[in-house]
Ligand binder design. Structure first.
Ligand SMILES: Cc1cc2nc3c(=O)[nH]c(=O)nc-3n(C[C@H](O)[C@H](O)[C@H](O)COP(=O)(O)OP(=O)(O)OC[C@H]3O[C@@H](n4cnc5c(N)ncnc54)[C@H](O)[C@@H]3O)c2cc1C
Length: 381
């Protein structure tokens, strides 16, 4: 398999890199401390096409593929993983679920605004009692003739972009007792009565990306907002996660690359015992291993993206790529902190943030333990 980027893909990566360096890099610490980035950033990213990377051109997107989305995720993750996570949740989860299951009419209603960043999307699968076991969802959706709509009650935890989202895709039980075959997905506009934002999480990392609870109290959703077939919403959600894992893998590669670059620069500047620390064998060995693992992680993620772009089966490759890249992101960030010594432990340098942010990638969209479960199931069939 050829992993070289085409000229067009390299140009996309360069363009996103320049944007991230100019528009994001100067604010990374400020936004981390403020626990949020300005809402206008979504619009700026929309102008560049980053909010509708895979939305077809006929619906206002740029109509690119999984490999291009991976390069976008990597370049954003290299500078600010929290901004990258917001973009991943919008493109991979909300838009991703619409891409899997929306009717043409629904695509016409939602894609043009989501593609420009005028609207931001979030995705609610997780609940307080339904995390890795997402099929344990307790949010209920009951059809009401009287109200001429689905009445949703329940709450969703850990919704990335939830505080500022205009539209949420949420899953709820429609046929109790049928387990994974009794859950449906709904598109909810944020101004729908009965939809409100609950607690905002105060997180270890990815702090500039908002993570909130969504509360649904007698929230009436019209029939035309049922997303996909009734009772097949969970089946579709699993497809969304397979795709989303490629993005989280790519984001992790970006974290590893960003931490590696910072460590390479620092190791050549910092002098101890009369020499740059890069001259010590222990530091050189760390840098070599960090670079090799980052490159391997990238190859695994690109492989999954390439399989997807070719229309081939990518479930196994996506899980492997996400598992490996997220653990490499965490490991490289930790090694980078070590290379910075005491300065790696303070906020004046970027590596402590990479270290905090990286951890999320081993948890979100399926923990490392769940990836191993998915991988072993694929291997054992
Ligand atoms: C910052 C952030 C953003 C998020 N964004 C979103 C979002 O936008 N939308 C959304 O729906 N969700 C989101 N999530 C939720 C995320 O996907 C879940 O946190 C994740 O799936 C794990 O669920 P949990 O936290 O309930 O952990 P649990 O499922 O309770 O897991 C706890 C531990 O048990 C392990 N475990 C569980 N089951 C098994 C098993 N069968 N075998 C072995 N080990 C197991 C897990 O690996 C983990 O180590 C987000 C989470 C965070 C932290």
């Amino acid at each position: 398999m050829d992993f070289r980027l085409t000229d067009e893909q390299s140009l996309i990566a360069e363009t996103v890199r320049e944007f991230a360096e100019a528009e994001i890099r100067p604010h990374v610490r400020e936004w981390d401390e403020a626990q949020g980035f300005p809402t206008e950033l979504y619009g700026k990213m929309g102008e560049l096409g980053l909010m509708g990377v895979m939305i077809p051109e006929e619906y206002g997107g740029v109509g690119l593929g999984a490999l291009e989305l991976s390069t976008v995720m990597e370049e954003l993750g290299r500078v600010d993983p929290a901004v990258a996570l917001a973009v991943a949740a919008h493109n991979g989860l909300c838009v991703g679920h619409l891409s899997v299951a929306a009717s043409d009419e629904q695509k016409r209603r939602f894609f043009p605004k989501l593609a420009t960043g005028e609207w931001v999307g979030c995705w609610g699968l997780t609940e307080a009692q339904a995390g890795s076991d997402a099929a344990g969802t307790q949010t209920r959706a009951e059809w009401s003739e009287e109200r001429n709509g689905w009445v949703l009650n329940g709450s969703k935890t850990f919704n990335t972009n939830g505080a500022r989202a205009h539209v949420a895709v949420v899953v709820a039980v429609t046929s109790p007792g049928l387990g994974t075959k009794g859950i449906s997905a709904f598109i909810i506009e944020a101004d729908t009565p009965g939809y409100r934002i609950g607690r905002k999480e105060d997180k270890l990392g990815m702090r500039a990306s908002d993570t909130v609870e969504l509360i649904l109290e007698d929230c009436v959703v019209p029939a035309e907002n049922l997303l996909g077939e009734r009772d097949l919403g969970f089946v579709d959600a699993l497809k969304v996660l397979d795709r989303g894992r490629i993005s989280i893998g790519a984001l992790s590669v970006g974290i590893a690359q960003g931490a590696l670059e910072a460590a390479l620069d620092y190791a050549q500047e910092r002098r101890q015992f009369g020499k740059p620390i890069a001259s010590f064998e222990a530091i050189r060995s760390k840098l070599a291993r960090m670079a090799a693992r980052t490159r391997t992680a990238r190859a695994m993620v690109y492989r999954a993206a390439t399989l997807r772009a070719r229309g081939e089966s990518f479930k196994l490759a996506a899980s492997m790529g996400k598992l490996y890249a997220s653990e490499v992101g965490m490991w490289v960030a930790e090694e980078a902190v070590q290379i910075f010594g005491g300065y790696g432990y303070v906020k004046d340098y970027p590596v402590e943030k990479f270290f905090r942010d990286a951890k999320l990638c081993t948890i979100g969209e399926g923990t490392s333990e769940i990836q191993r479960l998915v991988i072993s199931r694929q291997l054992l069939v």
